[in-house]
Write a protein that binds this ligand. Structure first.
Ligand SMILES: [Mg+2]
Length: 202
C-alpha cells in the first residue's frame, strides 16, 4: 500500500516549539491567557497565536525566523515527537511492508533539518520526505491510497486531486474539531486509520 503522512501535528509536536518561540519573540512577556494554556488541548484555531494574545507581527516574526535557513534549523531539529517510542517502532515496521511518503508544507529551506529530525526518530534505510505545498498533486502523482493529515484543507486538496481513490484521514486534534466532511474520516491515530483501511480493502 502507498501511504502519505503529514509531519507536523501528526508525528511531530510543532506547537511545543512554536509557543516557546512566540514567547521569545514577544520579549519573554507572556500574555495572561497563555499562562493557563494547555498546548495539548487548548488551541482551537489555525490562527491560534492571536486569540491567545500575541500580535500578528510577533506571529510573522516567528515564521520568518523559523523559515530562515540559518536561524531556523535548530527550531525544527529540537521539536519533540508526537508518537511514543513504541508507536515510532510500529511505524518503522509499517515502512518495511508499505511505501510510506512523508509530505509536509514546511519551508524548503528546512529540508536538511527535517531529514535530520526524521532520521533521529525514524531510522529507516528508505525514508522519503517531500516538502511541498502541492499535497493534492503529490498524492495523485504517487497514486497514494491513503493520506493522514491534521489540516482539513490539505485533505480537501487531496480529495479534489484523487477523488476517493485516496482514503483521507484527519488525525483528531483540538485545532480541527470543528471540521466534518463525508469523505474525510476522523481518526485518533495513524494505526487506527490503517486498521480501518484493512477492514475496507480486505
Ligand atoms: Mg500538519
Amino acid at each position: 500500500m502507498r501511504i502519505g503522512l503529514d509531519i507536523d501535528g501528526v508525528i511531530c509536536d510543532f506547537n511545543h516549539g512554536y509557543v516557546k518561540e512566540l514567547i521569545r519573540a514577544n520579549g519573554y512577556v507572556i500574555p495572561p491567557r497563555v499562562k493557563s494554556w494547555d498546548i495539548k488541548n487548548d488551541p482551537d484555531t489555525w490562527d491560534y497565536a492571536v486569540p491567545y494574545g500575541f500580535s500578528h507581527e510577533v506571529n510573522e516574526e516567528v515564521w520568518k525566523d523559523i523559515s530562515n535557513s540559518y536561524s531556523g534549523g535548530y527550531f525544527w531539529r529540537q521539536l519533540p515527537s508526537l508518537l511514543s517510542r513504541d508507536d515510532r517502532k510500529r511505524l518503522n515496521n509499517i515502512m518495511d511492508d508499505h511505501d510510506v511518503y512523508f509530505v509536509s508544507k514546511r519551508p524548503l529551506s528546512m529540508h536538511g533539518a527535517t531529514i535530520e529530525w526524521m532520521q533521529e526518530y525514524f531510522p529507516h534505510p528508505h525514508l522519503t520526505v517531500l516538502l511541498s505545498n502541492k499535497k493534492g498533486l503529490i498524492a495523485s502523482g504517487l497514486q497514494l491510497q491513503a493520506f493522514f493529515d491534521d489540516k482539513p484543507k490539505n485533505l480537501e486538496d487531496i480529495l479534489r486531486a484523487c477523488g476517493t481513490t485516496c482514503a483521507c484521514f484527519l488525525i483528531d486534534q483540538p485545532w480541527n474539531r470543528d471540521f466534518n466532511h463525508p469523505y474525510i474520516t476522523r481518526i485518533s491515530s495513524i494505526f487506527a486509520g490503517l486498521e480501518e483501511l484493512d477492514r475496507i480493502v480486505i
